[in-house]
Design a protein around this ligand. Sequence first.
Ligand SMILES: [Fe+2]
Length: 415
Amino acid sequence: MIRHILTVLAVALFVPSQVFWIWQVRKIGRRLIPRPSLHRPIGWAAASLYLLLLVYNFLWPKPMPEAAHLTLRAALLVAPYQWWMLASLTGFLLIAACYALGLLLRSATWLYGRIAAPASPEAGAPLSPERRRFLARAGVAVSATPFAACAYGLLYERTEIEVTRQPIVLSRLPKAFQGFRIAQLSDIHIGQFMSDRQIRSYVAMVNALKPDLVVLTGDFVTWVGSPAATVVGALAGLRAPYGVLGSIGNHELWAGVADSITQQFAEQEIKILRSERSVIEQGGERLNIIGVDYQTLAHFGPKHAGVVREFLPGVASLMLPDTANILLSHNPNTFDRAAELGVDLSVAGHTHGGQVTLEYVSPDLSPARLITPYVRGWFRKGASQLYVNRGVGTIFSPVRFGSPPEITIYELNRS
Ligand SMILES: [Fe+2]
C-alpha cells in the first residue's frame, strides 16, 4: 500500500517538477549567459544531456551482475541523474508547500479584512509587484537548497561513517559475559555506490574495534543482479573470537538470493540464523543469539516476501530461560512482539536511519516514519530493548543526508 502511494506520488510529481525546474534553469541560464547567440546551442546541449540521463537510467539495460565498484558510467550517468531527481522532486515539494502556505495566509488575511476590519484601506489589498518578486525569488532560493543538500549527501555524508558505542544493561546477562562486546554492520547494499573496497575498509574498522562477536543484520544486496558473492567475500574478512552471525534482510528475499547467500556465508564460516539460535558459551555460562529473516505484516515489495500474520513465529521456542536472549531481526517493527515474548535485546537495521532526513531537527521529518516508529537508535519497552542501526549503504538514491552510515559496538553489562 505504502509502496503504491509512493509510486503514485512520485509519478504525479515527476512531470510538473521537471517542467518547473527546466524552466528555472532556462531562466537562470539566459541571465548568466550574456550572448544571446549562445542561448540556443547551449539549450540544445542541456536538453540532450537531460534526455540522455533519462534514457540511460529508465530504459538502458543495466549490466548483470552489477559492478562492485564505481564505474565511469555510474559516475557520469547514474550519480548526476540520481542527484537531480531527488533534489528536483524535494525542491518542488518545498515550492508547493510554500505556495499552499502563502495561499492560506492570503485567504486568511482577505477574510479578516472583510469580516473584522472592512473600513481599513489596506485590508485585502493585493501585494505590490516588488514584494511579489521578492517572495518568488525567496521561494526559488529556498527550494533550491535540496540541490546543495543532495550534493553534500552524495559526495560527503554517504561515506562519513560513525562508530556508535552503545552500552546495554541486561539484568539476565550471565556474569561470564560482563563487558562482552558485539559489533554490528547492517544494510550494506553492495553495488556501484558501495564498492567491494569500501566494504573491506568497514570490515577493517570493525576488526580494529576488537569485538567478541560480530552481527550482520541483512540487506547485503539490493536487487536481482547484485554481486552477492563479492559482498560475502568482503565480509569473510571479519574477525571475532566468537565468530560472525547474521540474519536475512528484505532485499535478499526480494532478490531471491536468501538461500544461496546463506550457503555462501556458511562456506566462509559466517552463520546466517534463519529462525535459528546460536548459543555462545563462556566460563560455563551461555548467551543466546536468535536470528530471523525479514518479516512484515503488510504486503510490501516484490513477491510479498516475508509476510507473516504475527511477528516472530517460532521465536518463543528458540529462547532460553536462564540467560539473556538477543534477537537479530532486520525489521525493527518486530520489537513490540519481541518485548511481549521477553526478548532482552533486539538488534535491527532496515530504515537506514531515514537515509535522507531532517530527523535531528524533528523526529517527524523522516520518510522512515512511514514504515516504523523505530527509525534509529535505542528504544526500551518494559524490560526489552531495541537498537536500530542506520546501516552503511543506500537504496534508490546514493545520497545520505542527516543520517550518516554507522557501525555500532555494544558493550553488555549486568548493571
Ligand atoms: Fe536496507
